[in-house]
Design a binder for this molecule. Structure first.
Ligand SMILES: [Zn+2]
Ligand SMILES: [Zn+2]
Length: 260
């Protein structure tokens, strides 16, 4: 049974609960450890990230919770970095490397906002060629191989978020497959840990975690290490579908590891 979660959001970014409420819920669930990983501040989007002014408060709040609940659970200060965000702040215990944005032709394209946004971007910036967007996306994800601060790769195939509940925008074409395989290889070689991320399940967007079974199978063959997380935005989803994620890890022979 998984007794940790290092990908959680709070009201410091776009989550509903306070960090303390998340810690209390983790204790109630019998977790051994909890990491808070709010969204990195970015200059171009203030809607759902930690504001620049509150980064210090975010870090000090997590330090206080470490002390306060130290006898009951291990609390870690995390950060969900975006590849287009600035440098990560000092004083973190770990960083998740995610890509939520592409920058193309002067536009910031949000990848997990809506199917329509991605579809428009494919038309406007990639001449209708979804594989080209996927190539840009996976190349950016793979750049975390060179970032020593990042230990975990967040929701590796996020661009498929809307592909289970509506006609798929991405298909396993040779180019699509080559794009993720190349990125996966580079990241596995760099020792990065891949999330089996159940976040879209609790939000009703998917029935299966990221990444897809096809990718998990290949990651298992490559000897990738995995970590289960729920990428939750409220305490109710702290352990959402963890059992399903564990079954997939076993099925695809991905060794689950703890971060600490
Ligand atoms: Zn994310
Ligand atoms: Zn997240």
């Amino acid at each position: 049974m998984i007794r940790y979660n290092y990908h959680t959001h709070t009201c410091f970014s776009d989550g509903k609960n306070t960090p303390e409420e998340m810690v209390q819920e983790a204790i109630a669930l019998g977790f051994r450890s909890i990491g808070i990983s709010d969204h990195a501040y970015t200059e171009f989007c203030s809607d759902w990230s930690v504001s620049r002014e509150r980064i210090g408060e975010y870090l000090s709040t997590l330090q206080e919770l470490k002390q306060k609940y130290g006898g009951q659970i291990a609390v870690y200060a995390g950060w969900e970095q975006d590849a287009l965000a600035g440098p990560v702040p000092e004083g973190l215990d770990y960083v998740i490397g995610s890509v939520h944005w592409l920058y193309k032709n002067g536009d910031y394209v949000a990848l997990d906002e809506s199917r329509k946004t991605i579809k428009n971007a494919i038309q406007t910036h990639y001449a209708g060629d979804a594989d080209r967007l996927a190539e840009d996306y996976f190349a950016l994800v793979s750049s975390y191989a060179e970032d020593p601060a990042v230990s975990v790769i967040g929701h590796f195939d996020l661009i498929t978020k809307f592909d289970e509940t509506a006609p798929a925008l991405f298909h396993p074409t040779p180019r699509y497959t080559a794009a993720w395989e190349k990125a996966a290889k580079r990241l596995v070689d760099a020792g990065k840990i891949f999330e089996i991320n159940t976040g879209a399940i609790s939000r009703g967007k998917r029935l299966t975690p990221y990444p897809s079974g096809e990718i998990l199978k290949r990651l298992g063959e490559m000897g990738a290490k995995g970590i289960v997380s729920s990428d939750c935005h409220s305490k109710d989803a702290l352990a959402c579908a963890f059992d399903r994620a564990e079954v997939l890890a076993r099925k695809y022979k991905i060794e689950l590891v703890d971060l600490f």
